[in-house]
Ligand binder design. Structure first.
Ligand code: MG
Length: 161
């Protein structure tokens, strides 16, 4: 299994979508939430190319699994529009835990899975010892072509070893 720990805000959407160009053609609306069409497309391509399994590490996962969770419905719709889906979410340890701790907790709980490669895509950097797996996006632009290219070479390097 090749796992992608995926953040949402600052990755699949950006400040450009939020504030700068509310009517921009890159905007992809699901109900009242806006995403970046180009970031969604690039992420979908990356997942397809490397056969990545998506583990949601974003705060969007809070409430995941509850039927009434609007964020889950909206995010699933956005992802599905670009042929993506969430396989699992990282555990919520408590509020304000470093994300690296939650990702490590998921890895600990899933030791039975054969993990071939790990990549974290996030606009935050609180990954602790897992920072070496991080492709950090700029929250102003979201997941960009440069990030996509960096992610490809990073994954190729890991899979080579
Ligand atoms: Mg974020």
């Amino acid at each position: 299994m090749r796992v992608l720990f995926l953040d949402v805000d600052g990755v699949l959407n950006s400040e450009i979508n939020f504030f700068i160009k509310p009517n921009h053609q890159d905007n992809f609306w699901v109900e009242d939430r806006v995403f970046s069409k180009s970031s969604l497309e690039l992420m979908s391509k990356l997942i397809y190319l490397f056969d990545l399994t998506v583990i949601l590490s974003s705060s969007w996962r809070h409430g995941w699994g509850y039927q009434e969770d609007a964020e889950q419905r909206i995010l699933q719709k956005a992802l599905a529009s670009f042929n993506m889906e969430v396989y699992d979410v990282t555990p919520t340890l408590s509020w304000h835990n470093p994300r690296g701790e939650e990702i490590q907790a998921w890895l600990d709980e899933n030791q039975d899975k054969k993990i071939e490669a790990i990549i974290i895509i996030d606009d935050e950097t609180d990954m602790l010892h897992l920072k070496k797996y991080l492709i950090k996006t700029d929250p102003y632009v979201g997941f960009s072509l440069t990030d996509f290219e960096n992610a490809c070479s990073f994954l190729l390097k890991q899979l080579d070893n």
